[in-house]
Design a protein around this ligand. Structure first.
Ligand code: HPA
Ligand code: ZN
Length: 326
């Protein structure tokens, strides 16, 4: 199987519905309404997605829940050939932005990731995210948690959530604090809002990578700028199609962005919510744009160059990629 890198996956959003349902049962939390009769997550549109996502997170109340979740998610990714992954997790959900609790959650995730690296050969790094619709004050607390735990495992700081709420410049303090601690910035932008959010992410928060970023396509001057700067987009086409931003893979702008020289990568975002996985994303891109192993090798090389990890890790992953392509 082609080895793959994934840069954009939310740990909470990768929780299989069965996993969440069993925690809910164990803890007597009534969230039956978030599931369809077939056991999958039930939602329609982004607002409802956010609502049931956060309801699912109410079952993740202990570091050991995150530990088990990490195992489930990494095992699944490894089955799809992922050898390196950067995973978002949020101090908002890991102990409610309490710095002591966050340390324990992060340590649990880190230890399990180390075990999975030994067992199935997948390397994980973490990106702490603040949640945009929780507002800039809570983001500051999130950033403090993140800054204190920056290191060789926690390597980035991001912002997810409802992009149409608030202004990115109001999160500058948080991104500055994270950057000073050595965390690299990625910003969800240009998914639900247009190209101006992508411009704000670059200008106001110094984003090195953009989460999604696909609506940059509505402003070709911005597309040229992204190509020139070499800004990497963490594209998640299956997520965008599932949420109705684009009607199909064929109509998804990743093809044109790539064609115009923008550095794109492919990820799954919240796979069980969107009924996807990385194997399916590759297959759909092959069908839509006739992308072949050569293109996928380029995308993986782009992801490796844009990864937030240390150079020793990059060298190790590079060797594994090279070995697969000789
Ligand atoms: N967009 C915004 N917020 C999110 C997403 C997303 O795709 N996934 C999880 N939180
Ligand atoms: Zn996302």
């Amino acid at each position: 199987m082609t080895p793959k890198l994934e840069l954009h996956l939310h740990l909470e959003g990768a929780a299989p519905p069965r996993f969440i349902a069993s925690l809910a049962k164990e803890k007597h939390i009534d969230i039956a309404g978030i599931f369809a009769p077939d056991g999958s997550y039930r939602f329609s549109g982004f607002a409802e997605f956010v609502k049931i996502y956060e309801a699912a997170c109410t079952t993740l109340t202990r570091p050991e829940d995150y530990q088990r979740l990490t195992r489930a998610v990494l095992e699944d990714q490894a089955q799809h050939g992922v050898i390196y992954t950067e995973i978002f997790l949020s101090p908002d959900f890991c102990g409610g932005r309490d710095r002591g609790a966050w340390r324990e959650y992060l340590q649990a995730v880190r230890e399990e990731a180390a075990a999975l690296e030994r067992e199935v050969g997948i390397t994980m790094k973490a990106i702490a995210t603040c949640i945009r619709h929780f507002g800039p004050d809570k983001a500051r607390q999130t950033a403090r948690c993140a800054a204190e735990t920056a290191g060789d495992f926690l390597v980035g700081f991001g912002i997810a959530g409802v992009e149409t709420m608030g202004k990115l410049k109001d999160f500058r303090w948080s991104f500055d604090a994270a950057r000073e601690a050595g965390l690299k910035p990625t910003v969800h932008a240009g998914e639900w809002a247009g190209p101006s959010e992508v411009r704000d992410a670059l200008r106001d928060l110094g984003a090195q990578r953009i989460g999604h970023g696909v609506r940059a396509i509505e402003d070709l001057a911005l597309v040229d700028e992204l190509a020139e700067r070499g800004t990497v987009l963490e594209c998640c086409p299956g997520s965008n199609v599932a949420l109705g931003i684009y009607p199909s893979f064929r109509k998804h702008p990743i093809g044109e962005l790539y064609h115009r020289g923008v550095k794109v990568t492919v990820s799954t975002d919240d796979p069980p919510f969107f009924h996807t996985n990385l194997t399916r994303e590759y297959e759909m891109l092959h069908e839509a744009f006739d992308w072949d192993e050569g293109v996928f090798a380029t995308l993986n090389r782009t992801a490796l160059d844009a990864a937030f990890c240390d150079t020793d890790t990059k060298d190790k992953i590079a060797k594994r990629l090279e070995a697969a392509h000789v």
